[in-house]
Design a protein around this ligand. Structure first.
Ligand SMILES: [Zn+2]
Length: 413
């Protein structure tokens, strides 16, 4: 299984690969199962299930184990389970300041997580050596041997065409997709994802959207973006660029955004906006605990400074954050009217530090959205914190490993 990305199986092998994945997926979704239940869940016959399970046992991907399933009188049923420690999946979420890593076992349990200073976001191929070095450090610390890594999922900011494995803004090395370069280098499958889609996928697999088919996941960090889940699937748009929520215009003739437009939502509701406003107002003479207690020079102010001051009760900082939350709420109302989500999930640095902003966002989102669409929406902060993207990136890889749909499941019977 680990090297399936490079092999071109013949028809019999293809059939068996589908059967193997169906079996592994059933065990991932249901936990330990008897062979009879496995046959029921997968639609295969008992003799076929027995053969597939024997082969999975030989490769140590499944093991015997009841995990507390009550034994019957007489001959106990043969119970098998995923051998979670048979392999690891690595998720890497490369941000502008930090890179978040998660190591999952084969049962998609988190065995390690860590946050390190970010690798260089650039288009010089040497950044891949930097990335490889970081990955090896993380795996060593997690005591996960390189040979047991089944694949690596990577999430990137900027413009990304994940389906083609191409980074555009960063990790753009010409025509050869970065996933292929890394797959060859690591001899393992590599999946690339845009950070917003990775976050949404992380929430879908591990977080608040686990049982929600229609949700929007809003990331408010230095920038602002949204990952969209529609009918249970992450929505990409035609080119994979969907989710640039931060660049809808909310202020006519407003501040110039780095994208070239004026008055984008990101210019008034993001870490970048909060930083700019605090600097401008303090330079103009506004009074705040920021200059008294937290920094010496106006240039040293960042979003974290404003959040820290607000936590100390600084009226100036609270007002800046409140204003940003009001704009964000109005923006969220657009998403509610357009997409009719059951849940809006807020993540990113700002909400991790100041979950109390949720109430202002909620009130303003309801104020500006249509009543029938807004009244049942749940507003929550992400329980995954800053690891949603890394978890999502790893989950894509897990999905690849356990995926059956793309292999034409009708061929297995
Ligand atoms: Zn913009």
């Amino acid at each position: 299984m680990p090297k399936s990305h490079s092999s071109k199986p013949n028809k019999v092998n293809a059939k068996n690969e589908i059967r193997r994945r169906l079996t592994l997926r059933a065990l991932l979704d249901n936990g330990p199962l008897s062979l009879t239940d496995l046959a029921k869940k997968t639609g295969m016959t008992l003799p076929v299930v027995s053969i597939i399970v024997s082969s999975l046992r030989r490769s140590r991907l499944v093991v015997d184990g009841s995990d507390g399933v009550a034994s019957q009188v007489g001959r106990p049923p043969s119970i098998v389970k995923l051998n979670a420690s048979a392999g690891f999946i690595l998720g890497v979420d490369i941000g502008r300041l930090f890179t978040n890593f998660v190591v999952l076992d084969l049962g998609t349990n988190i065995v390690a997580q860590t946050r390190r200073k970010s690798v260089t976001l650039g288009n010089d191929i040497r950044v891949l050596s930097e990335l490889e070095k970081e990955i090896r450090i993380v795996l060593t610390e997690a005591k996960a041997s390189w040979d047991k890594v089944l694949g690596i999922g990577i999430s990137l900011p900027g413009m990304v065409r994940g389906k083609q494995g191409l980074g555009e803004t960063y990790f753009n090395f010409g025509e050869e997709p970065v996933t292929e370069i890394l797959s060859k280098r690591f001899d393992k499958p590599v999946h690339l994802e845009h950070d917003l889609e990775a976050m949404a996928f992380g929430e879908r697999w591990f977080g608040a959207a686990r049982n929600i088919d229609n949700a929007v996941c809003i990331n408010v960090g230095w920038g602002l973006g949204v990952g969209i889940v529609i009918d249970g699937k992450v929505y990409y748009g035609e080119d994979g660029y969907a989710g640039e929520f931060g660049h809808i215009q909310v202020v006519k003739n407003g501040e110039l955004c780095y994208c070239g437009k004026k008055g984008c939502l990101e210019t008034v509701a993001s870490g970048r906006a909060v930083t700019r406003l605090a600097k401008e107002k303090i330079s103009a003479g506004a009074k705040s605990l920021i200059m008294r207690d937290l920094v010496k020079k106006v240039e040293d102010i960042d979003a974290e400074t404003v959040l820290k001051a607000a936590a100390k009760g600084d009226e100036f900082s609270i007002e800046i954050l409140d204003e940003a939350a009001k704009y964000l709420g109005a923006g969220v109302a657009v998403l509610i009217n357009l997409l009719n989500p059951a849940m809006v999930i807020f993540g990113g640095g700002i909400f991790t530090a100041a979950p109390y902003l949720l109430e202002t966002v909620r009130v303003n989102a309801l104020k500006h959205s249509l009543v029938p669409l807004g009244r049942n929406v749940k507003f929550v902060t992400s329980s995954l914190g800053n690891k949603a993207g890394a978890l999502g990136a790893a989950a894509y890889l897990a999905e690849d490993l356990f995926d059956v749909e793309r292999l034409n499941p009708s061929a297995y019977v």
